[in-house]
Design a protein around this ligand. Structure first.
Ligand code: NAD
Length: 490
């Protein structure tokens, strides 16, 4: 089946598509063309109320009684459904985000694997027991935290939805997911597929809507027990405050300004093209984009020349063309923000050696852009630009490389390119980031924990650690002593 262009998407509440209480239907356009794509319902507070009620009823009803083995089977079935519907989902995502379909296909494969990983992992989660001192028996129960309110951004709408849904559903939580209002389509389709494979009504609810209104209302909703958020650090702060009153469990996956360190002893035939990929995939709209390339000074001129030559060869264009490697940005408004960062770099004295000007036309395209002459204190080296813009900064030696790598408020990811294995491990230990790749540019794998240090957030996704964030541990203690228990001797 190919994407139904122009289709109207409802909310997804209690196992079915639902009309929005406020009647708001928004036109969505394709960022790469500016043409209409679909119409999507936007949730208001009343819709969030309905979704949270449905999620609570699911926990008190069929979903709450669904054993882990059955949840595992359903998660595997949803993974199968993603694979079976991959053509439709890939086209929908590429058109909605403006992203190259070649990238989206890889994301879809990972989306399915996320469900498979947590489907398998939940089978090995159990309590433990410990007969304390002969007169006490202790055992623990692992119980779902409850209703999870999950908020995901526009850069990876389907993959982020699967990162959030898979551990929550495996743990037995029910979910109210709020996608970004610009990119709700694949998450809604995923919820439909979940219903088709047998997830009970209310286990998964999807309520697209604006962040400061619908999103904030969901976070503060008294019926929500746990909040999981991916997006900007600024919004993360707001959400943390909103969670304080209800003392909600919270995980935050926030921004990044990740370094890519290239030492002169590295295999440059791998390091340079991989460094280009590490910033330009997804047009730089990735929290873990390696947007600060740190290069050993004696390599600098050669590196800049080769990097720039390869970046200029990246195929930018129609997201649906199979040969395209980089599509458009999410919107022309976002492109303006990206360009303003480049201008601020120019103002601070950086040199734009590639790109730096938006092309004409209706699509939100921005070219691969390389800035040199950058000092790490500059705005372009400190702030998340979230576009295809890289800053190249020289370092003198290993100590200098570590200092610059850590001299930023974020700490999500780092990649180290070196021919010296011991140096790779030394740097992995000293760089403050949730993930460090050594001669390995890829970033996120089902089963390997992913998350941030510092202002990149807290909590981990993708690994077993994520399951713990959706489970409570209850201790049950039983007296096994022969004597009656009567502390006051009454
Ligand atoms: P954002 O953080 O504002 O939005 C992310 C999600 O949070 C969306 O679903 C949005 O509707 C929701 N949201 C916004 N305000 C909210 C609030 N007060 N309460 C609850 N939910 C709220 O990000 P953005 O405006 O889409 O992008 C701005 C910048 O954030 C980007 O330029 C980029 O630097 C960064 N960003 C980072 C990531 C990431 O993966 N870390 C993703 C998207 C954006």
């Amino acid at each position: 089946m190919s994407v139904e262009i122009g289709r109207e998407y409802g909310l997804f509440i209690n196992g079915e598509l639902a009309e929005p209480a406020g009647g708001e239907i928004r036109e969505l356009t394709e960022p790469a063309t500016g043409e209409p794509l679909a119409r999507a319902a936007m949730a208001s507070e009343a819709d969030v109320d309905r979704a949270v009620d449905a999620a609570r009823a699911a926990l008190d009803g069929t979903w709450g009684k669904t054993p882990a083995t059955e949840r595992s089977r359903l998660l595997h079935a949803l993974a199968d459904a993603i694979v079976a519907n991959r053509k439709e989902l890939a086209e929908l995502e590429a058109r909605n985000v403006g992203k190259a379909i070649s990238s989206v296909k890889a994301e879809l494969a990972q989306a399915a694997e996320n469900f498979r990983f947590f489907a398998s992992a939940i089978a090995s989660v159990g309590g433990r027991s410990n007969p304390l001192g002969g007169s006490l028996l202790f055992y623990s129960l692992r119980e779902p935290v409850g209703v999870a309110g999950q908020i995901v951004p526009w850069n990876y709408p389907l993959m982020m939805a699967t990162w959030k849904l898979s551990p929550a559903l495996a743990a037995g939580c029910s979910v109210v997911l709020k996608p970004d209002p610009a990119t709700p389509l694949t998450a809604l389709r995923l919820a439909e597929l979940a219903a088709e494979v047998g997830f009970p009504a209310g286990a998964i609810n999807v309520v697209p809507g604006d962040g400061p209104t619908t999103g904030a209302y969901l976070v503060g909703h008294p019926g929500v027990d746990k909040v999981a958020f991916t997006g900007s650090t600024q919004t993360g702060r707001t959400i943390m405050r909103l969670c304080a009153d209800g003392l909600k469990r919270l995980t935050l996956e926030l921004g990044g300004k990740s370094p890519n360190l290239v030492f002169a002893d590295a295999n440059l035939a791998d390091a340079i093209p991989s460094s280009v990929w590490s910033i330009l995939y997804s047009a730089g709209q990735s929290c873990e984009a390696r947007s600060r390339v740190l290069v050993e000074r004696r390599l600098l001129d050669d590196f800049v020349n080769q990097f720039t030559e390869l970046a200029a060869r990246v195929k930018v264009g129609d997201p649906l063309a199979p040969e395209t490697q980089m599509g458009s940005l999410i919107s022309t408004a976002h492109r303006d923000k990206v360009h303003a960062f480049v201008e601020s770099g120019r103002d601070e004295g950086a040199e734009v050696v590639l790109g730096g000007e938006a092309p004409g036309g209706d699509g939100a395209f921005y070219p691969p852009t390389v800035l040199t002459g950058v000092e790490n204190r500059m705005v372009v080296a400190q702030e998340e630009i979230f576009g295809p813009v890289v800053t190249i900064i020289p370092f003198e030696d290993e100590a200098d490389a570590i200092r610059i790598a850590n001299d930023v408020k974020y700490g999500l990811m780092a990649t180290v390119w070196t021919g010296d294995p011991a140096r790779g491990h030394r740097l992995a230990a000293r760089i403050k980031a949730g993930t460090v790749g050594i001669n390995m540019p890829y970033t996120a794998f089902p089963g390997i924990p992913f998350g941030g240090y510092k202002h990149s957030g807290f909590g981990r996704e993708l690994g077993l650690e994520a399951l713990d964030l959706y489970l409570e541990t209850k201790s049950v203690v039983v007296s096994t002593g022969a004597r009656p228990i009567n502390p006051f001797g009454l």
